[in-house]
Design a protein around this ligand. Structure first.
Ligand code: SF4
Ligand code: SF4
Length: 433
């Protein structure tokens, strides 16, 4: 927010910048790419309509009504409209600010608010607490209860939200953060030093993927430093309208990672990468600009990094597999990275990349959207999986834990055969033993 920005009926704290809303010239180029508009055919659920709602509130013509709140949360924040918009309007980001406003104008009930605060302000900022919170789920799996629930079809009698949460849960192992070495030396001729930003979801839910990332970085000639004090990147906080905690986490991560003196800071989670690249923006005047710029200059998604430094392919073994690639919104629209993951896939000998239609269309996960908006999320996913099926590819590749969970669940639900793999899992299959 600039000092001159009028806030109208927005609360001045964390209001969307009026100038960013004004950029919308109502051309409608964004309509064709918006999943919620495609489903509802409703103007207010389109990027243009959402920008108009925000403008009306900013100009004092509309109160921050429950309808404005609902549109802010129905937006997937997939950022597809930003890619399509000739004026550079970022409706997803404007809606993130509106979610912060929703906490002020329409706060949740006391119990729901306490739960929300516990998750966002206590649990997510504490890796140890996050790891402890996963113990019941791991026990549920280790004792064979999950097997029994699924085998006997008990999950079908659960309320929809619980059924989805149960179904989406992959087999959990011990969290990677506690066991990954803090330092893994480069193999062969050393090319540099990388700090690995280990995301919460990757450490807890897809530890094997991040194991591959660390191994690949080392095999490619980089020393890998993985700090165990890493905090959540803040993406869930931005999505849920808690910008204050997101800023607090950003400051801690910046100090932690800049102290490591690495050439690059690499992540294998598209959502984390997107949030880390936004630190400069979310901290605005709250941190030293030079440090913010330096931090930003080092952040790379793993595919972006490999494409930039060049993949050493001499030792790679053939992987005879046809794959199709789903582009995570936070990679393609949030970071503008469409080519690098394909470059990595094409660098693997034996792999055939079969492009799917609408590869950059959201999968319907969108953080907690898949749980809160079950039916809408399912319909968006079905569109995606129809495009996957049409390719006839052996495997489905992606690069974000949220997409990975949603796609793997959908594939299972529809009885499709394709395994879902992260790009680095595919590349890992070609590494020398
Ligand atoms: S958000 Fe962008 S693409 Fe959509 S109507 Fe406004 S200016 Fe046009
Ligand atoms: S971020 Fe996605 S869901 Fe939200 S308005 Fe833009 S295209 Fe639509």
């Amino acid at each position: 927010m600039t000092e001159t920005s009028p806030t109208g009926n927005f609360h001045p704290d964390d209001a969307p910048a009026y100038e960013s809303i004004l950029q919308c010239m109502r051309c409608g180029f964004c309509l064709a790419v918006c999943p919620t508009y495609a489903l509802t055919n409703r103007e207010r659920s389109s990027p243009r309509g959402r920008a108009a709602l925000a403008r009306a509130v900013a100009e004092g013509k509309l109160e921050f009504t429950p309808a404005v709140r609902d549109e802010a949360f129905l937006c997937l924040d997939c950022k597809a409209c930003s890619t399509a918009c000739p004026s550079g309007v970022r409706v997803g980001t404007i809606m993130e600010f509106c979610r912060s406003q929703a906490q002020i104008f329409h706060p949740p009930s006391l119990p729901a608010g306490m739960l929300r605060d516990f998750i966002l302000k206590r649990m997510l900022p504490s890796p140890a607490l996050m790891e402890t919170s996963m113990l019941p789920a791991r026990l549920y799996q280790r004792l064979g209860l999950q097997w029994a629930v699924r085998r006997l079809g008990i999950n079908r009698f659960l309320p929809g939200v619980l059924d989805k949460m149960e179904g989406i849960l992959p087999t959990l192992g011990p969290p990677l953060r506690t066991e990954i070495p803090q330092f893994i030396p480069a193999q062969g001729k050393k090319r540099g030093r990388v700090a690995f930003f280990l995301g919460c979801a990757m450490s807890l839910v897809f530890p094997d993927v991040s194991r591959w990332t660390a191994r690949i970085l080392s095999q490619q000639g980089f020393d890998v430093v993985t700090p165990k004090e890493v905090k959540c990147c803040g993406a869930p906080h931005l999505a849920e309208g808690d910008r204050e905690t997101a800023r607090r986490l950003a400051l801690i991560n910046i100090d932690l990672f800049l102290a490591l003196n690495a050439d690059y800071i690499v992540t294998d989670c598209a959502g984390c990468g997107c949030a880390l690249k936004e630190y400069e923006e979310i901290l605005e005047d709250r941190a030293d600009h030079e440090r913010l710029r330096l931090f930003r200059s080092k952040i790379r998604d793993i595919s972006e990094f490999l494409a930039e430094v060049g993949i050493r392919t001499e030792e790679l073994r053939p992987v005879p597999l046809s794959v199709t690639y789903h582009e995570p919104c936070h990679l393609v629209h949030g970071q503008g990275l469409s080519g690098p993951p394909r470059q990595v896939i094409r660098a693997i000998p034996g792999v055939e990349l079969r492009e799917m239609k609408e590869s950059n269309w959201c999968c319907g996960m969108a953080g907690s959207f898949a749980i809160k908006e079950l039916e809408t999320s399912r319909r968006i996913l079905e569109r995606k999986l129809a495009n996957v099926r049409a390719t006839g590819a052996d495997a489905l590749v992606t690069a974000n834990p949220g997409c990975h969970l949603q796609l793997a669940w959908g594939v299972r639900e529809l009885g499709m055969k394709q395994p879902v793999l992260h790009v680095v899992e595919l590349l890992g299959r070609s590494l020398p033993a």
